[in-house]
Ligand binder design. Sequence first.
Ligand code: UDP
Length: 331
Amino acid sequence: MKILVTGSAGFLAYHLLQTLLSEGHFVVGIDNMVSGLEKNTSDLLKEYPKTFRFIKADIIEMTTQNISHKKEWSKYLSLDSTASSHMKKFERIYHLACPASPPIYQNDMLHTADTCYTGSRNIFELALIHEARILIASTSEIYGDPEVHPQPEEYRGNVNTVGPRSCYDEGKRLMETLGYIYHTQKGLDIRTARIFNTYGPRMNPFDGRVLTNFISQALRGENLTVFGDGTQTRSFCYVSDLIDGLNRLMDSNIIEPINLGAHNEISIIELAQKTIQLIDKKLKIKHKRLPIDDPKMRHPHTSRAEKLLGWNAQVSLDEGLKMMIQDFKKE
Ligand code: UDP
């Protein structure tokens, strides 16, 4: 198959691309490199020189008109009657583009909101032209600071429209809405994954997220920064489980959004203690100010994924953390 992946230099995309390319698909990746890692792309280009192509570009700019005017873009993205085999239609699109780490997506809030709206619209239009099935990466952030626990897909959320997280939370909510509009009014063949916290090798060590911070700090022999009192909770899904869930969803005929996440809810202070146990028992915890609107708890309800996709996260937090620590030690 010919497949397009937006946000291709990101951590999730790296693992997804490894799966797709090893299965023999031809994949075109797009990334603007705001939060992706150069190494993810260069390693894949080296490993799959014949079947992987990369376009450095911002999806916000990728209108149908711009695509047809730019040679480098139209070569892989346009449908042209003189098309070579590489230029045939995309059958599938994984739309993952958008920084997901709070410090990074808050760096340029307008750009984040625009990526979710204008960028998604551009990619939805492209999907219509190619008659491709598209899977969009939504997020547990659409539930905001949830008042229902664990969070089922029916829960409509508790999001602050005017706070530092709203560019991402409301942006992703609007992306889901756009997906609904394109599906109901234009027939777009869409799948929506609501991705909960995911971790593993190849995360950007500087993305400011909790596990990248904790592991990087501990490996440098620094104390671990816990925001607030650390009683807030998260559930952490290992990346291989998540990719399996995404692919099952892509292969399915399920149009409604599906939660993908693990059942290992843990407080952030316990997570810090666990990291200290695994890396260096002499380290201590240093408390820092809790960011505004930081969700107090998060745990996915996954019965929909279990029932409709036969999916459940398999890798335990201890196993996953050990694999991620090994990977970070190499860098
Ligand atoms: N956090 C922390 N120390 C850090 C980074 C994050 O205590 O160095 C906390 C953060 O306040 C949040 C949780 O860890 O409660 C998860 O944060 P992350 O940025 O990884 O993702 P989120 O789920 O908030 O999007």
